[in-house]
Design a protein around this ligand. Structure first.
Ligand code: GTP
Ligand code: SPV
Ligand code: MN
Length: 628
């Protein structure tokens, strides 16, 4: 009883507010804040308004804690280096919580480990929370972050409130979402997505921090409860684990909401493309993490007369409008982009975007106060020294270790992008004419092909595979199944997801976007990329646009419609070194194996939850491959 009284006493006095006013919060938000504070017992509460003054305060707090340092070469740019144990999404510790396992994971085959989402029961979640959260913010500030995914007040937007003990998360959410005071009046007393996040390092510390970056990698969990629209994340401060509006809300919970409401929440970039005749179309494209979305979305086209404009680089919410046209919004407000490989040569638009108001994570720093990563060698003065992300002061390429972590990132406001689309914040969204699927396929998969129809297109998405990357904890370069580039982001049973995709066609009397598959990453026998990629990818988009307009530039193959010889515009490319034959070659043996691998995957991972239409589509592919 004495214990209980003591803790009650603590609770009553624990709501010390250091910034903002609790009385400004409507009842539901207030309750969420109270409950979170009672559980996590922070030293004080900071209610975020999103102001400039608040940002200065956060930066000060972080600088004093040694969590960030300035990059004086640019305006208002900052560098964070994380604990090397907290550098990417942790897929093995990411869970969807439902009463029935089958609502999360497809039936699959007895004895085979399911790789399409991790399930956790509500009881296990309760246990996991009670082992981690009580007192987890002790001695720290709990920030209350109200935010909107999508423009504030748009009918397509949705609101979340995240509580977190990480000022880094707050500063990043301020870039990645519309965050702060203006969101609360819009929310009123409606329901919102409840996001609870802690880095899991109460004060006093039990072990010393590494790089002044609080985290608890051995106990990290990222959990989602679709039934109550809640996200509970513990132990990681990194990107997709901690900026809960992004993958957790906009994709995992988003996909469950989208299914319920009849729309799509996808891991897709959105770009506008205008051809030399002035015709403008919008394209959405799903590539797995670190497979080229940001680069395509901001591409500088090599073909004269073309213009690319960027709507979004990672997530698309797509709904039918009153005319049955599929329209997309980008729910985000910033880009959390892969740093390595980004340069004035490959992606000048991104380079020009990140020169102010940007938070860099795990990149290297030059002695003149600038940034460095793999790919910037030719753009970095010779007379500067480089400090690696791990802190080696005199890093040089000879040491054999990368200067920047392969999953190092920039976090930068979308509004700064020089080619941001004039309609990027349109509350109606932009009409989508084509959907692209793609991945890193070193072998066998052609540069581009078109699906025969919507159903075949859904198979193409379902059958996606790609080489693993540094965006998650996977080691080595295995070819992994990654259907719709959503494998780490499904919020519900993938079999039901396929049914939902198949149903989209029947929900409109307008025509659906055409579906294509692209592969910029085919390699020659020396292991070099055959296709130059980046700005040259516009040549593929040009062909796709002509197909969208109905031009007769395609011919049938076993896998789909390929460009008719000569129809891909290669003007200005050095065709003496470009092996176009190899780019489009369809080796029969490869495709036989591919079909077998897909069939095995569906059988083992989806089982009886696989829609019959998909089984039929795969059978037809198998037949066509047989006849090759
Ligand atoms: P996430 O943010 O993790 O979802 O990744 P993303 O899909 O946005 O990938 P991004 O555009 O950041 O590209 C990842 C890596 O692939 C970078 O190192 C790029 O330089 C490289 N890359 C992008 N496009 C191309 C291309 O057309 N060809 C080649 N060879 N590399 C590319
Ligand atoms: C991805 O991994 O697809 C990302 C980065 O966009 S993260 O925010 O970490 O998910
Ligand atoms: Mn992504």
């Amino acid at each position: 009883a004495e214990e209980a009284k003591k803790s009650l006493h603590y609770e009553e006095h624990s709501l010390k507010v250091s910034y903002g006013k609790l009385s400004n919060l409507k009842a539901k938000v207030r309750t969420f804040v109270d409950e979170s504070a009672r559980l996590c017992r922070p030293a004080n509460i900071h209610i975020c308004d999103g102001s400039e003054r608040e940002l200065r305060h956060l930066i000060n707090v972080m600088q004093q804690a040694g969590m960030i340092e300035p990059l004086p070469k640019y305006h208002n740019c900052w560098l964070t280096r994380t604990d090397p144990g907290d550098v990417a999404r942790v897929e093995s510790r990411t869970f969807i919580v439902t009463k029935e396992k089958r609502d999360t994971v497809p039936a699959g085959k007895e004895g085979v480990k399911g790789t399409l989402a991790n399930w956790m029961s509500p009881e296990d979640l309760k246990e996991a929370v009670s082992q981690r959260f009580p007192g987890c913010m002790s001695g720290r500030t709990m920030y209350v972050v109200p935010y909107s995914m999508g423009p504030v007040g748009s009918p397509l937007s949705k609101i979340g409130v995240q509580v977190t003990d990480s000022p880094y998360v707050v500063a990043s959410m301020r870039i990645m979402t519309r965050m702060g005071g203006q969101v609360l009046p819009t929310l009123g007393d409606e329901d919102f997505v409840k996001c609870l996040h802690s880095v899991g390092c109460p004060l006093p510390l039990k072990r010393p921090l590494v790089n002044n970056w609080p985290c608890d990698p051995t106990r990290t969990i990222v959990t989602h409860i679709p039934e109550t629209n809640e996200i509970i994340s513990f132990g990681s401060g990194y990107g997709g684990n901690s900026l809960l509006g992004k993958k957790c809300f906009a994709l995992r919970l988003g996909s469950t909401i989208a299914r319920r409401e009849g729309w799509l929440a996808e891991h897709m970039l959105i770009l506008g493309i205008t051809n030399p005749q002035g015709v403008k179309r919008y394209i959405a494209a799903a590539f797995p993490s670190a497979c080229g979305k940001t680069n395509l979305a901001m591409m500088t086209p090599s073909l004269p007369g073309y213009k690319i404009e960027c709507v979004g680089d990672d997530i698309a919410w797509m709904k039918f409008d009153e005319d049955g046209v599929l329209r997309a919004i980008n729910p985000e407000n910033g880009f959390f982009g892969v740093a390595p490989g980004t340069s004035m040569k490959t992606n000048p638009v991104a380079m020009n975007t990140v020169l102010s108001n940007t938070i860099f994570t795990n990149v290297a720093k030059t002695s003149d106060g600038g940034i460095f990563w793999e790919g910037l060698e030719k753009e970095t003065p010779n007379n500067v020294s480089i400090r690696s992300w791990l802190g080696d002061e005199n890093w040089s390429a000879e040491c054999g270790k990368p200067a920047a972590h392969p999953n190092s990132r920039f976090c930068t406001p979308a509004s700064q992008c020089p080619i941001i689309d004039p309609d990027w914040e349109s509350s109606k969204g932009v009409p989508i004419s084509a959907i692209l699927f793609g991945g890193r396929r070193p072998e066998g998969v052609p540069l581009v092909y078109e699906a025969f129809d919507w159903k075949h297109g859904v198979l193409v998405g379902a059958a996606m595979r790609s080489e693993t990357t540094a965006a998650a904890e996977h080691k080595g370069k295995a070819i992994m199944h990654d259907p719709f580039a959503m494998r780490p982001f499904f919020g519900y049973n993938f079999g039901q997801y396929l049914t939902h995709w198949l149903s989209m066609e029947g929900r409109t009397t307008s025509s659906m976007p055409k579906i294509f598959h692209v592969n910029w990453f085919r390699k020659d026998d020396k292991g070099r990329f055959i296709w130059p990629g980046f700005g040259e990818n516009v040549r593929v988009l040009d062909w796709i646009l002509r197909r969208v307009e109905g031009d007769d530039v395609a011919e049938e193959s076993a896998v789909g419609l390929l460009p008719r010889p000569g129809s891909l515009d290669l003007k200005g490319l050095d065709t003496s070194t470009l092996d176009t034959h190899e780019l489009f070659r369809l080796p029969k043996g490869f495709w036989e194996q591919e079909v077998r691998a897909i069939a095995k995957y569906f059988d083992e991972q989806v089982g009886e939850d696989l829609p019959n239409e998909i089984r039929e589509q795969l059978r037809r592919l198998e037949k066509r491959v047989e006849k090759m």
